[in-house]
Design a binder for this molecule. Structure first.
Ligand code: GMT
Length: 376
């Protein structure tokens, strides 16, 4: 198949899923055309099956903000016609499903161009549900030829908030490649971060308010009297300064390490003893899955799609949003029992592979493409 993929090229989960899906499809012999504003971060190599088309934005004094959605629609149209795309798969509804809709209209007389939209989370729960975007997000969903959601939770939310029929959406979860996400020995990094044999508690995100990164600092402050540990904060974003300030206020900054954005998250997950994901909302929780694949138990909020990923009491624990005391209590429980830690780590990887490996999930996308093409 000749597949066009559009996603955000930044650190967001939707960009990661979009780019890794493209890589997996290319590996299986399909031609994948990425149509994005920049090369997606996880795409490190282009070849005859992975082609990149940059969306060019012109700056004109009249435009306060250059219209990305229109430039994207034009690029989608050009690539669809030029490269004879069979299908366009867009990640994150806003504005990608609308640009795709425009491109399909423009392409109409030259070729058919079915659109699949994958809903990831905040495109529905935060941005899409905002009154100013709700009608156009609903329009984008209804006019897509196929729509997938990354969890049952997100499917339910979409149906309820946007008044969409359940049959319109198929759940296809996030996925991991177990041959890339596995626990590797990295004594150098471990020695650097935990020079005195401390346990390493890791958090990975884009540090947006929805991630509640200051909760990680509070959880760590509550547990450090009982466990010799350090907190490693991987990523960057608007809440970083607040979290750094809190660590200083609580006089724990020497044990809270902000390491910024990292190209190889797997290195950090490989040396982690525990992952914290205390988000306000999370449609799936890709970083929880990546950690589980690396044999890391997860403590997360009991919210959104997280209970579909983290098996409470088996691969980690879930607690109510903001309940840092309970999260700290669970962390101590896991980190002070080698037996429990070992059991949870083992089961975490088992679940990650059994339910979310590329071998299981990528064929679901391919089958869905066939189904959409069949009825277009
Ligand atoms: O919030 C983020 O981390 C970015 C966001 C996105 O859309 O780029 O991530 C969402 O998509 C991921 C991939 O499907 C999910 O694993 C995340 O749970 C989801 N984030 C939220 O729902 C907050």
């Amino acid at each position: 198949m000749n597949i066009g993929i559009t996603c955000y090229s930044t650190y967001g989960g939707s960009g990661i899923v979009g780019s890794e899906l493209g890589r997996e499809l290319a590996r299986r012999g399909h031609k994948v055309h990425f149509i994005c504003s920049a090369l997606p971060t996880r795409i490190t190599e282009l070849n005859e099956n992975i082609i990149f088309h940059e969306v060019e934005l012109i700056n004109y004094p009249l435009f306060e903000y250059p219209p990305y959605d229109l430039a994207l629609a034009v690029k989608m149209y050009e690539v669809a016609v030029d490269k004879q795309l069979d299908l366009l798969h867009v990640h994150y509804a806003i504005p990608h499903s609308i640009s795709a809709f425009l491109a399909r209209e423009m392409t109409q007389e030259l070729r058919r161009l079915p659109i699949v939209t994958t809903l990831h989370g905040t495109d529905i729960t935060l941005v899409g549900a905002d009154r100013s975007y709700l009608p156009i997000t609903r329009f984008g969903i209804l006019r897509s030829d196929g729509v997938t959601a990354v969890s049952n939770y997100l499917k339910r939310e979409t149906c309820q908030v946007f008044d969409v029929d359940a049959e319109k959406l198929l759940v296809i979860p996030n996925f991991i490649d177990p041959s890339y996400y596995y626990r590797r020995t990295n004594q150098a990094l471990k020695g650097k971060l935990a020079p005195n044999g401390e346990k390493l508690i890791v958090h990975v995100s884009n540090f947006r308010p929805v991630k509640r990164v200051t909760d990680c600092v509070r959880i760590f402050a509550a547990l450090r009297a009982r466990v010799k540990a350090r907190l490693v904060m991987v990523g960057d974003g608007p809440e970083r300064a607040q979290a750094e300030w809190l660590a200083r206020q609580l006089s724990i900054s020497k044990d809270v390490l902000f390491v910024g954005k990292q190209p190889a998250i797997v290195d950090y997950l490989s040396i982690a003893d525990l992952l914290l994901l205390p988000s306000e909302t999370e449609s799936f929780g890709l970083s929880a899955l990546e950690a589980m694949a690396c044999e890391v138990p997860v403590i997360a909020s009991n919210v959104g799609g997280l209970p579909e990923v983290v098996v409470d009491g088996e691969t980690g624990y879930l607690a109510e949003v903001g309940d840092v005391e309970t999260m700290a209590k669970y962390a101590v429980k896991i980190l002070t029992s080698d037996n429990l830690h070992k059991k949870m780590s083992h089961f975490a990887r088992e679940i990650a592979i059994e339910k979310f490996s590329t071998d299981k999930i990528i064929p679901m996308y391919l089958d869905y493409y066939e189904e959409v093409l069949g009825r277009f």
